[in-house]
Ligand binder design. Structure first.
Ligand code: SF4
Length: 237
């Protein structure tokens, strides 16, 4: 699933800018490390996974038992589905750097955007289910080949699975910044679970008008200001 590349350890001069724009990995401590050391990450992961028994992980509030593989709007059960994971060079310069952004595309989605450019992934569930240990392994592989960050794409419906995998990945040495690359249809609770763990939020906000949201996303409440307010808040620690 992962494309291997030869990693460069030194930043190209034009990106480094005489040291003004690039922070050495050894000088960076991701927020989730402290949360892990304090036991907060493990606690949140347990709570989030437990919440799958009556799923309200996103604003759809399906309240079905995903823990036992019942399926709601997002069609996801107990495990996350990964469509692909690779060093992505199509992201913004500050994310892709010179070794790529370590992007993990999740299968399925809680939206139904008629204009989706990843329709096979979001609506047909392209990819394979992964356990928490396998998802952690994917993160560590992306780190090992030199990616600058772990970039979760369309994570809204699999926040509990990300959290439980993160516990394992941190135990095994993950130290890259996390990018939360969301379609912005997150529940307040999910945003709170990720608060203080994510280093970079990248909400891909789509539409304001409720009628357009109903018609083109099949989510008339998409633009509720609460989601926007929650997403725009920075982690508290
Ligand atoms: S994450 Fe999926 S099952 Fe849970 S509330 Fe959202 S759409 Fe429904």
């Amino acid at each position: 699933m992962i494309i291997f590349l030869r990693s460069r350890n030194a930043a190209p001069f034009e990106l480094n800018g005489d040291g003004r724009f690039v922070m050495s990995r050894k000088d960076f401590v991701p927020a989730y490390v402290q949360a892990f050391e304090e036991g907060l990450l493990q606690k949140r992961a347990e709570q989030a996974v437990e919440s799958l028994r009556s799923c309200r992980v996103c604003p759809r509030d399906c309240e079905i038992d995903r823990f036992n593989n019942k399926i709601g709007v997002c069609k996801s059960g107990r495990l996350a589905r990964v469509a692909s994971a690779f060093p992505h060079f199509g992201e913004e310069d500050c994310l892709r750097g010179w070794n790529g952004s370590g992007t993990i595309f999740f299968g399925w989605c809680n939206l139904r955007c008629v204009f989706c450019q990843n329709f096979e992934t979001s609506q047909f569930g392209e990819g394979a289910e992964v356990t928490a240990a396998e998802l952690a392994r994917i993160m560590l592989d992306l780190q090992r080949i030199g990616c600058h960050n772990i970039n979760f794409v369309t994570p809204e419906h699999v926040v509990p699975q990300i959290l439980e995998a993160l516990v394992i990945a941190v135990e095994r040495g993950l130290r890259l910044p996390l990018v939360y690359n969301t379609s912005a249809y997150d529940s307040i609770e999910s945003i709170q679970w990720m608060d203080g763990l994510v280093d970079i939020y990248m909400p891909d906000f789509k539409l304001w008008d409720a009628e357009h949201c109903r018609k083109y996303l099949v989510a008339s409440d998409y633009s509720d200001p609460a989601w926007g307010a929650a997403l725009s808040s920075r982690p508290s620690s």
